[in-house]
Design a protein. Structure first.
Length: 136
């Protein structure tokens, strides 16, 4: 009986992946305000430095936006995404090529890497810059 089970056991082990690997995305942290070019970062959780080199990060397709029930205004086309490894800290740098004049952005991020695929929605609230007035 052991001889009959051995080929099945070997076949099963060969089909199992060597490890289970999941990429996680943290919250988005914005360092810009309304009427400025977007400057934000999304922390990568459970990522290794090699991931930053092979990730494909982009705005999701129109079809994915429709499936998620999210509007995809033309303004989102100015967003750029790049995986960055800065002193061992891995994150996605989110920038825009033009100033953002809307007080909020809602977008769907699409990430591909060798071990998987992920879609995640982010909402960014851009506050106007604080202007302090001195009394005379």
């Amino acid at each position: 009986m052991v001889r009959k089970l051995l080929p099945v056991l070997i076949f099963t082990v060969l089909l199992l992946p060597n490890y289970v690997y999941a990429l996680g995305l943290g919250d988005i942290h914005v360092d810009s305000t309304l009427n400025q070019k977007l400057d934000a970062r999304i922390n990568l959780v459970s990522a290794v430095p090699e991931d930053a080199e092979v990730m494909i990060i982009k705005l999701a397709s129109q079809e994915e936006f429709l499936k998620a029930g999210i509007d995809r205004p033309h303004l989102l086309n100015s967003l750029k995404f790049k995986a960055v490894n800065e002193n061992g800290q891995l994150f996605i740098k989110v920038t825009s090529s033009s100033p953002i004049r809307e007080p909020s952005l809602n977008f769907l991020l699409d990430i591909d890497w060798p071990d998987g695929h992920m879609l995640r929605q982010y909402t960014v609230l851009l506050n106007p810059p604080v202007v302090s007035r001195t009394s005379e």
